[in-house]
Design a protein around this ligand. Sequence first.
Ligand SMILES: Nc1ncnc2c1ncn2[C@@H]1O[C@H](COP(=O)(O)OP(=O)(O)OP(=O)(O)O)[C@@H](O)[C@H]1O
Length: 248
Amino acid sequence: MMNNSEGFLYFLKGIKHFYQKKKVLSIDELGIIPGEIFGILGPSGAGKSTLLRLLNFLEKPTYGTIFYSGEKYGSDYPLPQLPVIREITTVFQNPILLNTTVYKNVIYPLKIRGMKVEKKKVMDLLTLVGLSEKACSPAIKLSGGEAQRVALARALVFNPRVLLLDEPTANLDPANISIIERLITQTNKTNKTTIIIVTHNIFQAKRLCSRVLLLNEGKPVELNTAKNFFENPECNFAKSFIEGKIIY
Ligand SMILES: Nc1ncnc2c1ncn2[C@@H]1O[C@H](COP(=O)(O)OP(=O)(O)OP(=O)(O)O)[C@@H](O)[C@H]1O
């Protein structure tokens, strides 16, 4: 099969995804560049979370192929094996924490991967998210913003190759948003982590992303550099979306 996947970490080709008989995603071609921060925008129900689920290989697309790191996965191929899946991690909007301490939550991914736990590194990470003093506190007693920061620390502790973020700062106050955004940028710069973020917050996308994709009703409407998208969008739908005129 001919493809243009070269140079991309992910390359989606002929993706169509259905829930029951409803087509919720339809993407002819989409490449994600290694080391970029890629934003997925769009009204509610546009298919953003579905796209993230496919990128995390939580489910197979109904049709089409996902090239990841040069290998083919998708409707005609099996899902990746555990070592590949474990390179990728998702932080959800309402993370589920284990009913134990903050510290044990953060080291959990190291344990299941059989990786060494270096206490100092874990504590440094907790300091970065402003939670070193709560390392021994039960995770269930945390506020929403604190829980979200633990979830991010837990995602970053094993230095993932891909970090998928689904509305990571929805419902958080500006202080928490800024801690999380700083860590996202820093992780991308320091570790060259490829980061794909779904956000309703166009200002956040503008602050963080190198490129953005605008989805509507499961289809790409505009794919552009963040700079061009926000300063000079190509299509009217994007213009209206940025101006907050899309009602959803
Ligand atoms: N498990 C599922 N079963 C059936 N339909 C689903 C399922 N998950 C999502 N959908 C439908 O697929 C469509 C896309 O949903 P998705 O959650 O990907 O949108 P979204 O852009 O992330 O929306 P939001 O911004 O509201 O989170 C919606 O119409 C939704 O109702």
